[in-house]
Design a binder for this molecule. Sequence first.
Ligand code: S3P
Length: 181
Amino acid sequence: MSGQRHIENLALIGFMGTGKSSVGRLVASQLHFNFVDTDEWIERRARKAISRIFTEDGEAAFRLLESQLVAELGRLRRHVISTGGGLGANPVHMASLKKHALVACLWARPEAIWRRVRHATHRPLLREPDPLSRIRRLLEDRAPVYRLADVLINTEMRSVRDVTRQVVHQFRLARSEGKQR
Ligand code: S3P
């Protein structure tokens, strides 16, 4: 597969609370790339917050918006794409992203994720009596696809700066290897 790839962009995938947006913004500024966040893009397009899309239209409608967006991302050049936690857990999305982007997955264990997200209220999938169990189940289901990413980076006990440094390094390495082929 790598022979047909053109790494024009960097895509950050991974579970909620792994720092995709914070890392993504910093990586974009270091690479002098544009930054795009798929959740923000969908909210702008749908003209409503993701929590409202889930309650008014249902999760399936949200996933459809994600798939439509993934198909359009291939047009981008020099972008860092930060994705919603479920987007990179779909194998079709993964294959599509890999055509134009290096895919880096930010990782953390369920307990660490829960510590990071428990005070936030905007995530519809965690509005339930036992969110930690929900995180465990979702992460287990998603892990086989997350692991297909080009790079897997553990974010536990690491600062946003440190994770950013690793992502930038991996991206530069992948681009220079691509040029040598
Ligand atoms: C989701 C993660 C959210 C958002 C939506 C669904 C998921 O994005 O896309 O609430 O399925 O894990 P973040 O990962 O940015 O929180």
